[in-house]
Write a protein that binds this ligand. Structure first.
Ligand SMILES: Cc1cc2nc3c(=O)[nH]c(=O)nc-3n(C[C@H](O)[C@H](O)[C@H](O)COP(=O)(O)OP(=O)(O)OC[C@H]3O[C@@H](n4cnc5c(N)ncnc54)[C@H](O)[C@@H]3O)c2cc1C
Length: 496
C-alpha cells in the first residue's frame, strides 16, 4: 500500500467513504472523552454520543449496507459557526469525519467511524417574493409544507419526490424530479450558497463571488469542497393551476415490455408537459409493469397523450385531474424505512429500441428472489426538456443531452453480512445486476447520475462528471488542497 493515498487504500479495501482517515482514533480513552467534551462545550447545538436517545436515528444511514460504519459522535450543528467549530476540532484532533444532511447517500459518503457533522437541526426556510432561503438541514418535506402557502400557491422549487432527502445533497448533485422536464434541475435555480471551508472559514459563492466554487457546487455532488450551510434559490412560477396524474399497471413480462415501448411514445407526444417513469418489477406472481407520472394538462388531453398505453388494455388504470399541489402531494413518495439496496444508473440519450426494452424485461423476469426482495429496472423520464436547455459546461452537471436515466434496482432483506463492514451484495443478486447492466449498457452514453453514487461503478469520476472532471479537480485544489472533504468517490485533486 506504500505510495497509495488514503482514498486509494479505502477504495482498494472496498471500504467506501469515511471522511478522514479510517484508522480509528488511537488516543487514550480519557483524552478522547475530554476531547469530545471540549467539542460539546464549544457548540451551540448538541453532540450526540452512542447511548443517547437520538443516536440511532442520526447515525444510521438510509442504505443499511453501510450501517455497520457508525460514528463515535454526531455533531448536531445549530448554525454555520457550529459547523466551523466542528471542522476545526476534527482537524486539530485528527478525527475522521463525514458530512450528513438527510443521510440518503446511496453509498457511504456521509458515514464515518469518527464524527458525523450533521446539519439536520439547521432546517429553517423562508420565502420572500421569488426568493427561497433555506438552511442546509432542510429536506424535501419541509419545502412541501412551505411552498404551497408561503409561495402563494404559484411558486415552486423543482426537486425530488422523496420527503427525507436533504436539500444540499439533492442540489449539489443536480436534483431531478417530476418537474425537471419543464422547470430544470434544482441546481439550475440556485443563486447563492454559503459554505464552511477546510480552514473553517465561512464564504459565499454565486456568479459574482467565488464563481468557480459556485460552478462546482451545481453538479459536483456533496462532500467535495466544504460544508454548505445556507442556500438561496429563485423559485419558478407554475405554468398551470391543474394537472393530471396517471398510474397504469401491466401484468406479465410481455405486457410490461409493451408498456415500456408505449410509454416512450406517450412521452414523445406529451413533450415537456409530461413526466414519469416506466418500471418493470419482479414479483412473486411474475413481472409487473407500472407507468406513473404527471401531465400538465386536462384529463382529456392526458388520455389522448396516453393512448398508446391505454390501447394495451392495462390491468388497472387511474387517471385523475387535480390541482397542481394535489398532484405534487400525490407524486411525493411515502417515507420508507432504511433498507439494503444497490441501485445503479445509466443515462441514455435516445428512447430505447423495443428489443432492448424486451431484453431488459426478460432479465427482470429472471430476478433470483422474486417476492422476497427487490429486483427492478426503471426508465426515469425526469431529465431532458428544460434540463437540456443549459449547456453541459455552464454548471458542473454535465448530463445535458440525456433523454432518460435507466436504473438497475436491487434490494434484499439483510441478514447476510449485514453487521459486517464492508457489507457485500449477495452473490445471486450481484450476478443478476451484472446481467441487467449488460442489457442496458450498449444503449447508454456510459454516464451515471452522481446523486445515485454506485460503489461498484468503474471509471466513476468520468461517468459522473465527463468533460467537467478536469475543471472540478481544479475547483477542488482551490478550496480543499489538503483533501480533507474526501470519500471513496470524492472529486480527486488534479493529476490524481
Ligand atoms: C429514497 C431516495 C429517494 C431519492 N429521490 C431522489 C430524487 O427524487 N431526485 C434526486 O435527484 N435524487 C434523489 N435521491 C438521491 C439524493 O438526491 C442524493 O442521495 C442526495 O445526495 C441525498 O442527500 P441527503 O442530504 O439526503 O444525503 P446525505 O447522505 O446526508 O448527503 C449526501 C452527500 O452530500 C454530502 N453532504 C450532505 N450535507 C452536505 C453539506 N451541508 N455540505 C456539503 N456536502 C454535504 C454528504 O457528505 C454526502 O456526500 C434519492 C435517494 C434516496 C435514497
Amino acid at each position: 500500500m506504500l505510495g497509495m493515498t488514503r482514498r486509494e487504500m479505502l477504495a482498494a479495501a472496498g471500504l467506501g467513504a469515511v471522511g478522514l482517515a479510517t484508522g480509528g482514533w488511537a488516543g487514550p480513552a480519557r483524552a478522547e472523552a475530554s476531547a469530545w467534551k471540549d467539542l460539546s462545550r464549544r457548540m451551540r447545538g448538541r453532540l450526540v454520543r452512542p447511548g443517547s436517545p437520538r443516536y440511532a436515528e442520526l447515525a444510521t444511514p438510509r442504505n443499511l449496507r453501510f450501517a455497520a460504519l457508525m460514528p463515535r459522535a454526531v455533531a448536531l450543528c445549530a448554525d454555520a459557526r457550529d459547523v466551523s467549530v466542528a471542522v476545526r476540532w476534527a482537524r486539530k484532533t485528527g478525527t475522521p469525519f463525514a458530512i450528513r444532511g438527510g443521510g440518503h447517500n446511496y453509498a457511504s459518503a456521509s458515514s464515518s467511524d469518527g464524527l458525523i457533522i450533521c446539519t439536520r437541526s439547521m432546517a429553517s426556510a423562508s420565502v420572500d417574493g421569488h426568493r427561497l432561503r433555506a438552511q442546509a438541514g432542510v429536506r424535501n418535506m419541509d419545502l412541501a409544507a412551505l411552498l404551497p402557502r408561503g409561495g402563494r400557491g404559484r411558486l415552486l422549487l423543482p426537486g425530488g419526490n422523496c420527503p427525507n432527502v436533504g436539500i444540499v445533497g439533492l442540489t449539489l448533485g443536480g436534483g431531478i424530479g417530476p418537474n425537471a422536464p419543464w422547470a430544470g434541475l434544482t441546481a439550475d435555480h440556485l443563486r447563492e450558497a454559503t459554505m464552511v471551508t477546510a480552514e473553517g472559514d465561512i464564504v459565499t459563492a454565486s456568479t459574482r463571488h467565488n464563481a468557480d466554487l459556485f460552478w462546482g457546487l451545481r453538479g459536483g455532488a456533496g462532500g467535495n469542497f466544504g460544508i454548505v450551510t445556507d442556500l438561496v434559490y429563485d423559485l419558478v412560477e407554475l405554468p398551470v393551476a391543474r394537472a393530471t396524474t396517471f398510474l397504469l399497471w401491466f401484468d406479465g413480462t410481455d405486457a410490461a415490455a409493451d408498456a415500456g415501448v408505449a410509454w416512450q411514445e406517450s412521452r414523445r407526444a406529451g413533450g415537456r408537459a409530461i413526466s414519469g417513469s416506466w418500471v418493470a418489477t419482479s414479483t412473486a406472481d411474475g413481472v409487473r409493469g407500472r407507468v406513473r407520472g404527471q401531465a400538465l394538462m386536462t384529463e382529456d388531453d392526458a388520455r389522448s397523450v396516453l393512448e398508446p398505453l391505454l390501447a394495451l388494455q392495462p390491468t388497472s388504470v387511474e387517471i385523475v385531474e387535480r390541482t397542481f399541489w394535489e398532484t405534487y402531494a400525490w407524486y411525493t413518495a411515502p417515507i420508507t424505512d432504511p433498507s439494503f439496496f444497490w441501485d445503479r444508473s445509466l443515462y441514455v440519450e435516445r428512447d430505447l429500441p423495443s428489443d432492448a426494452v424486451g431484453d431488459i424485461t426478460d432479465v427482470v423476469s429472471r430476478f433470483p428472489r422474486p417476492g422476497s426482495a427487490g429486483g427492478a429496472c426503471q426508465v426515469l423520464g425526469w431529465v431532458g426538456g428544460a434540463v437540456n436547455d443549459v449547456s453541459p459546461t455552464a454548471t458542473s452537471y454535465v448530463h445535458r443531452g440525456a433523454r432518460s436515466i435507466v436504473e438497475v434496482l436491487s434490494g434484499w432483506p439483510g441478514g447476510e453480512n449485514s453487521t459486517r463492514w464492508p457489507t457485500r451484495v449477495p452473490g445471486d443478486i450481484r450476478d443478476w445486476v451484472d446481467e441487467l447492466w449488460a442489457a442496458v449498457w450498449p444503449h447508454s452514453n456510459g454516464h451515471s447520475y452522481q446523486n445515485f453514487p454506485d460503489p461498484g461503478l468503474q471509471q466513476w469520476a468520468w461517468a459522473y462528471y465527463g468533460k467537467n472532471l478536469d475543471r472540478l479537480t481544479h475547483v477542488k485544489a482551490t478550496w480543499d488542497r489538503g483533501d480533507i472533504f474526501t470519500h471513496a468517490q470524492g472529486i480527486p485533486l488534479p493529476g490524481k
